[in-house]
Design a protein around this ligand. Structure first.
Ligand code: NAD
Ligand code: DAU
Length: 350
């Protein structure tokens, strides 16, 4: 397999590279990543020295750099993870999100169109379906009703990618996964933030009433699903990937407090997220029927493993929270956006 992975230094991309090299030690991989605040080569230390793994630091917003990487490597398969992935940041500062998630995806699709590829996987999200009333759940034909600049940018990229199949016959597959958790996730997302704060006895900020429902999927289950689609997915199709584990946020956070032995007095209700989606729900029946994939990691077991990982890697948390984050924001965001963002970080790290 000759595989170009974008965003391979991030949370899910790095797990995917580790999985591919464990399953297929001869796979040739090029990791294309701009190393934003969320990208971290420490996540790939276990594979860094291998001859068949290469890294290029480059930005998808740079069309020429994207073209150079694709032309130089000539991948058979592209798995496109790179994105600005955090909803709160997309609300404070939408421009970098639209630049990377829409224009960046466009540059990549253009480069791949020029050189040809056997599979292009657009890694997307259940957030494109928007908030879904109980008891409904989204299948792949559910209408797209994104609520945030992040989810709208992902929906835009999904539609653009699918248009390249219709128009140029590029073999595109779109995947839409639910909320991932697991080791190496940047501590801005719910589960790692709550674990990291609990370990430091800091407040755990609950948006609104905490009754918003998310479906939780272990990152390794997500990566196994993508790999099964690289092998068996049908071009032009969309596949949902869910964890069969829908829980209200407050319940997730309470389980973290119980598992870390910390008191409920750390819970702190804060102002709600703007446009906050109440409930996500999806079915992965199509993926399961076509590939035989099912999620293997039960939530409580995966959460315990994740907590153990964060307990053993407090220095990693400290490094990603302090260094890279500030440098990236100072270089890419306006003074006002930085100020807003600091307020948000201040809310979680007084
Ligand atoms: P992440 O924020 O941890 O990593 C994103 C990676 O992309 C980083 O390594 C970053 O440096 C890189 N990147 C960002 N902008 C770039 C650019 N312009 N050029 C090149 N590289 C760039 O994100 P993640 O949580 O690993 O998510 C990966 C993908 O999966 C995203 O497309 C996201 O939308 C999707 N997704 C995430 C989840 C989740 O729960 N985290 C769920 C479903 C789908
Ligand atoms: O559903 C898939 C999506 O999951 C991915 O596409 C995104 O890339 C990923 O960031 C994630 O988005 P969410 O907005 O669902 O994840 P987040 O971890 O930011 O928030 C999960 C829920 O927890 C959400 O309802 C908001 C709430 N929350 C979050 C944070 C950070 C809190 O109550 N407090 C917090 O401090």
């Amino acid at each position: 397999m000759r595989l170009l992975v974008t965003g391979g230094a991030g949370f899910i991309g790095s797990a995917f590279i580790r999985l591919v090299l464990a399953r297929d030690p001869s796979a040739e991989i090029l990791n294309f990543d701009a190393l934003t605040y969320a990208g971290n080569l420490e996540n790939l230390e276990s594979v860094a020295g291998r001859d068949n793994y290469r890294f290029v630091k480059a930005n998808l917003c740079d069309a020429e750099a994207t073209e150079r990487a694709v032309a130089g490597f000539l991948p058979e398969t592209v798995v496109h993870f790179a994105a600005e992935s955090h909803v709160d940041r997309s609300i404070f500062a939408p421009k970098p999100v639209v630049d990377t998630n829409v224009t960046g995806a466009f540059h990549l699709l253009e480069a791949v169109r020029r050189h040809g590829v056997e599979r292009f996987i657009q890694v997307s999200t259940d957030e494109v379906y928007g908030s879904i009333d109980s008891p409904d759940e989204a299948d792949e034909n559910f209408p797209l009703r994104p609520s945030s600049p992040y989810s709208a940018s992902k929906a835009g990229a999904d539609l653009l990618a699918l248009s390249y199949l219709t128009t140029y016959k590029l073999p595109v597959i779109v995947t839409r996964a639910s909320n991932n958790y697991g080791p190496y996730q940047f501590p801005e997302k719910l589960i790692p933030l709550m674990i990291a704060n609990a370990l430091e006895n800091m407040p755990l900020p609950i948006y609104g009433d905490g009754q918003q429902v998310r479906d939780w999927l272990h990152v390794d289950d997500h990566c196994r699903a993508i790999l099964s689609l690289v092998r068996k997915g049908r071009p032009g199709e969309v596949y949902n990937i869910g964890g069969n584990c829908a829980l209200p946020n407050l319940e997730v956070v309470r389980r973290i407090l119980a598992a870390t032995g910390k008191p409920e007095s750390l819970l702190q209700t804060v102002e709600d997220r703007l446009g906050h989606d109440r409930r996500y729900a999806l079915t992965s029946a199509k993926l399961e029927a076509e590939t035989g994939w099912t999620p293997e990691i039960e939530f409580d077991q995966g959460l315990e493993q994740t907590i153990d990982w964060y307990c053993a890697n407090t220095e990693w948390v400290e490094r990603v929270r302090s260094g890279a984050y500030r440098e990236y924001y100072e270089a890419n965001y306006s003074r006002r956006e930085q100020q807003l963002d600091r307020l948000s970080m201040a809310r979680v790290k007084p």
